[in-house]
Design a protein around this ligand. Sequence first.
Ligand code: F6R
Length: 607
Amino acid sequence: MCGIVGIVGQTPVAPLIVDALKRLEYRGYDSAGVATIENGELARRRAEGKLVNLERRLKNEPLDGMIGIGHTRWATHGVPNETNAHPHFSNGVAIVHNGIIENFAELRQELKGDGYEFTSQTDTEVVAHLIARELARGVKPVEAAHVALKRLNGAFALAIMFASDDNLIVGARNGPPLAIGHGEGEMFLGSDAIALAPFTNSVTYLEDGDWAVVRRDEFQVYDIDGKPVERQRRQSVGSSYLVDKGNHRHFMEKEIHEQPEVISHTLAHYLDFTQGTSKPLDLPFNFADIDRLAFSACGTAYLAGLVGKYWFERHARLPVDIDVASEFRYREMPISKKSAAFFVSQSGETADTLASLRYCRKEGVPIGAIVNVRESTIARESDVTLPTLAGPEIGVASTKAFTCQLSVLAALTIRAASQRGTITADEEQALVRSLSETPRYAAQVLKLDKQIEKVARDLSHYKHVLYLGRDTSFPLAMEGALKLKEISYIHAEGYAAGELKHGPIALIDENMPVIVIAPHDRIFEKTVSNMQEVAARGGKIILITDRKGAAQATVDTMETIILPDVPEFIAPIIYALPIQMLAYFTAVFMGTDVDQPRNLAKSVTVE
Ligand code: F6R
């Protein structure tokens, strides 16, 4: 989940590396560092905490050098301090690493036995020493790197630099992504194409097991056996602009506000609003020939998939098995040959989701990816990519990617239902029409910001919050709780409202507000009963509903947030907005780091 960068350039590279790291800071922000080669010697600056600390350090103590590597860290092994910050050095070898070296303990023992001293608690430092040991044995740099790579188990993207050669970076990939950027007389390496966007949009992605020798005017990719391999050079798209906050205080606020527009773009990609139909998709199967779907994803993307399950089962009469990817990948689930599998991911790089995809690949079922980053590994390893057109999402807490994932899943449901004949042409038109209204309703919800901000002010005084919902509002309850806990650090849980009496009701008192997500739908009455159970025990209710729901709720609430009356099908998309806004404003009142909350990273490339 760290971000890595390397540049073999023609001007001093440290400022360029910092610029690239800024674009990778979403991957981790526990510490950062840069190393260059100055007069045949390695030189580095590292700093604990955010990238600004490294920038400050470099301002006072600049680095020269026309070749360099850089790193922004999400700590796995070793606390986030300067000593554990990358790059790590060993006798003329400098290294930055994203991932986890699983056999590091054994390698560390072995290297200590050979007299190597460890200055950090990281797993990464073993790689620097392994390479240095080969150099000490007289092996040339490129071969030394190759020998070391063969000793590593685990997940890694690496950039390796040698004091003895200021025209060489070795990159390697096994798991986390690594892209090579092609310039004019200069070359770049980066964890993703966004990092390299200011320098080049001509990119080669390494595949798992690949390693590459990168010099100013040439590069060569090899497989793990050292055999040269060809990898396609692509024009990277959509990443050439620097993302900024515009007039907003935080990226998260900006991204919440972008939703009417990006939902609209996403839906227009999949639906023909004039005809009232879903557009044909280039799927390698027909939904009519499928008797089961498997979905997998992590976190918010998983919760989008869970909403999708309700939709597919209800409208397309197609059973969906869904699991969080960290479970899916290991539970050896039998997959029917008449299935298709869909993986949902904003980044397209989440390690567990990718592993689940590979499991399904082995099972031989067709694979679709619902991803925001079109050039990501998950997209590239799928048979078909169904993009969410959310644009770059920078805030660590996912907002617009979630509603765009829901938009794709809704459109896909219509496609499936139409192919399977479980909806009539009129019903298809009605569903498409209801989706066409989503951007307008989303814009109306954004106007409730003053009321939601007021509720958030109250919420920020509590330590625990419970979210309840039924049907598609159940995944939303979990999403509300996830959003709140990750950015405000308030403990929150999301439950199916009907589960309340099976345990969580014991928690209800005046110190635990209960947020109920309940559009006036077929089962609204059931949720009202649950609210009564909460009220009877002195619980304070914040109800998110529509006009009819507010009129029929028959309980006293601490606050009722009334959303527009929306068709049932699109309610999960619309109701996602107030729960995002509630979490956002609460976090702002709590004074937390909204865009980069503690301990988290945007792209989780380790399991
Ligand atoms: C929560 C959040 C995470 C991600 C999860 C999956 O706000 O953003 O739960 O949804 O880490 O990430 P992707 O979608 O990149 O696979």
